[in-house]
Write a protein that binds this ligand. Structure first.
Ligand code: PBG
Length: 331
C-alpha cells in the first residue's frame, strides 16, 4: 500500500478544523503574575536581566493590581524585599512587613485578585540563604532545617493575618508544609490553602530572580536544600511527602526544563498542579527576541502551551500580562 489511509494532515489544512481538534487551550485564567514589592516610596525600579519587570513600592501597587485585574488574570504572587536583613530573616515576619502592606493595598484596589504569597527566608536573610545557618565545625556552616521551620511558620502566619489567599512555601526545608499547616490551623486559618513548591530543582535559571529579589546567597549554593535536576523519583518522593504534610497544590519549577516531571506528577497524583516559568526562562526569551532571533509572541504562547500540555493546571509566569494581551488581541 503506497499511501497511508490515515492522514493526520487532513485535519491541519483549515485553521477552523485545527481549532476544533486542538487538545490544549490557553486561557488568561491560568496565569499568575509575580510582583516584587520593595519598601520605600514611589519606586518603580527596572530589573536589568528581566526587561519589563520592576521592583515596586507599595504605593505603586494599586494601579498595577487594577491593570492585572482588568486583563482578567486571576491573581498575583508576591515577593518582598525588606528594608533590613539579618541572619534569621526577622523582617519576614515583622508587623510592618512589606508583604502585609502589599496585600492590603492590592485587596483594596482589586478585590477580585487572588493574592498568593511566597514564603521563604532568602529575601530576608543577610546571607541570602533560604533558611537560617548553623556552625557545625570550625569551617563548616550548614542550613539549620528545624530552626528554619519555626520562622517560616511565623511568616506564613503573618501573611494569613494580612489576608493572603494562598500560602506558597518555596524554601525547600524538610517538614515545612507540616509546620506551616500546623501554624495556620492553630491561628484560625484551617481553610487557607498551601501551594507547595514541592519539586524545586537547584537551577541556573533562577539567576535573574536573585537580582530582582536581591536574594543571591553570599556564600555557598542551594544544593543542600533544592533538588538535583538529575532526579525523577526524588520528585515523586518530595511531592508525596508534601501531600502527606497537607499541601493542597503541588508546584514544579523551573517549567520548560521539567516538562517530563510535570507529566510524571500529573500521571501520579490527582492533586492540582502548578508550574513556575522562572526568571531565566523569561530572560532567555526576552534576550533572543530583542536580538530579533525569535518571534517573542510565538515562543511565549508555544512555551505556555507546552507547560499546560505537560500537565500544569496553572502557570506562574512573568509573561502573564503580555500573554493576556496577546489572547485579547486574537479573541
Ligand atoms: C525563593 C525563590 C526563588 C524563586 C522563587 N522563590 C529563588 C531561588 O530559589 O533561588 C525563583 C523564581 C524565578 O527564578 O523566577 N526561594
Amino acid at each position: 500500500m503506497p499511501f497511508p489511509i490515515h492522514r493526520p494532515r487532513r485535519l491541519r489544512e483549515k485553521s477552523a478544523i485545527r481549532a476544533l481538534v486542538r487538545e490544549t487551550e490557553l486561557s488568561t485564567g491560568d496565569w499568575i503574575y509575580p510582583l516584587f514589592v520593595v519598601s520605600g516610596k514611589k519606586i518603580r525600579k527596572p530589573i536589568a536581566s528581566m526587561p519589563g519587570v520592576f521592583q515596586l513600592s507599595v504605593d505603586q501597587l494599586a494601579s498595577e493590581a487594577k491593570e492585572i485585574q482588568k486583563l482578567k488574570l486571576p491573581g498575583v504572587i508576591l515577593f518582598g524585599i525588606p528594608e533590613t536583613k539579618d541572619a534569621v530573616g526577622s523582617s519576614g515576619h515583622s508587623e510592618k512587613n512589606v508583604i502585609a502592606q502589599a496585600i492590603a493595598e492590592i485587596k483594596n484596589a482589586a478585590p477580585e485578585l487572588l493574592v498568593i504569597t511566597d514564603v521563604c527566608l532568602c529575601e530576608y536573610t543577610d546571607h541570602g540563604h533560604c533558611g537560617v545557618m548553623k556552625k557545625t565545625g570550625v569551617r563548616n556552616i550548614q542550613i539549620d532545617n528545624d530552626a528554619t521551620l519555626e520562622i517560616l511558620s511565623k511568616i506564613a502566619g503573618l501573611h494569613a493575618r494580612a489576608g493572603a489567599d494562598i500560602i506558597a512555601p518555596s524554601d525547600m526545608m524538610d517538614g515545612r508544609i507540616q509546620a506551616i499547616r500546623d501554624e495556620l490551623d492553630a491561628v484560625g486559618y484551617k481553610d487557607l490553602p498551601i501551594l507547595s513548591y514541592a519539586v524545586k530543582y537547584a537551577s541556573g535559571f533562577y539567576s535573574p530572580f536573585r537580582e530582582a529579589a536581591e536574594s543571591a546567597p553570599k556564600f555557598g549554593d542551594r544544593h543542600s536544600y533544592q533538588m538535583d535536576p538529575a532526579n525523577t523519583r526524588e520528585a515523586i518522593r518530595e511531592a508525596t511527602l508534601d501531600l502527606e504534610e497537607g499541601a493542597d497544590i503541588l508546584m514544579v519549577k523551573p517549567a520548560l526544563s521539567s516538562l517530563d516531571i510535570l507529566k510524571t506528577l500529573r500521571d501520579h497524583f490527582d492533586t492540582p498542579l502548578a508550574a513556575y516559568q522562572v526568571s531565566g526562562e523569561y530572560a532567555m526569551i526576552k534576550a533572543a527576541a530583542e536580538k530579533g532571533w525569535i518571534d517573542e509572541k510565538r515562543v511565549v504562547l508555544e512555551t505556555l502551551t507546552a507547560i499546560r500540555r505537560a500537565g500544569a493546571d496553572f502557570v506562574i509566569t512573568y509573561f502573564a500580562k503580555e500573554a493576556a494581551r496577546y489572547l485579547k488581541m486574537e479573541g
